[in-house]
Ligand binder design. Structure first.
Ligand code: GSH
Length: 238
């Protein structure tokens, strides 16, 4: 491990059961593991984010490294390659970074948006009780006034479209062991972060039992010693 624990801190979103939920935090957790950087996790609930760093940041992850602090997972990922040049790179070239940005654009708009629609009530119910009213209020505003319950009432009917949207990923992973090709890269962590997010809250399995994504999911869930793979994770497969 490169950095002494304590000099690098990662502020991350905690659920009532102590699990870390944010897909963006998971990206950075994996990025740190990829680079072998030791890091102290600082769990915060939704309503604590405005209370840290004098309210400077609206979202987690927040990385603190010595005197430097920043939010925004992309800024953090790029910073890690600059600040720790002697560790394995997240982006070996500008071209790799650009292709990972494309993966993020596709995955965020086509998959994570659909995941939010299916799992938003599960996220609410898994949040710390003191964070739930804030989560409900802010998310119901995004849902144009529908309650979380109304919005998710027909969520099972929306699963097939979500599963179909993963078809390009399935096709790609029949050719390559990782989204990054022969070895995991930041694109794997983007996709994996979203699956870990779902696995931390889900009461409706995301994938069919025979989904061919299982091989990749098993492979990446085992990366870096399982990276706190824990018994509280819910089933991703039916
Ligand atoms: N663009 C940001 C997005 C981060 C984000 O949306 N984080 C969520 C948790 S998944 C958050 O902190 N939300 C705080 C809130 O809803 O008040 C990034 O890439 O870091």
């Amino acid at each position: 491990m490169t950095s002494a624990a304590g000099s690098t801190r990662l502020y991350e979103l905690v659920l009532d059961n102590g699990c870390s939920a944010s897909p963006y935090v998971w990206r950075i957790r994996y990025a740190l593991a990829h680079k072998g950087i030791a890091c102290e996790p600082i769990p915060v609930g939704f309503t604590e984010i405005p209370k840290i760093f004098s309210g400077r940041y609206k979202t987690v992850p927040i990385l603190e490294h010595g005197a430097t602090a920043m939010s925004e997972s992309w800024d953090i990922a790029e910073y890690l390659d600059r600040a720790f040049p002697d560790t394995p790179t997240l982006f070996s070239s500008p071209a790799e970074l650009a292709m990972v940005r494309l993966t993020d654009a596709w995955f965020s708009s086509e998959i994570m948006r659909k995941m939010f629609g299916v799992y938003v009530l599960d996220i609410h119910n898994a949040a710390r009780p003191e964070d739930r009213p804030y989560f409900r209020r802010t998310r119901e505003l995004r849902l144009k006034g529908a309650t979380l319950e109304e919005f998710t009432a027909d969520r099972a009917a929306r699963l097939p479209a979500l599963r179909d949207a993963l078809t390009p990923l399935r096709a790609y992973l029949e050719r390559f062991p990782y989204v990054g090709g022969g070895a995991p890269n930041y694109a794997d962590y983007i996709v994996l972060g979203a699956f870990r997010w779902v696995a931390s809250v889900s009461t409706l399995p995301l994938l069919a039992h025979n989904d061919t994504l299982r091989a990749w999911i098993d492979r990446v869930f085992d990366l870096y010693g399982g990276l706190r793979r824990d018994a509280r994770m819910k089933a991703l497969f039916e």
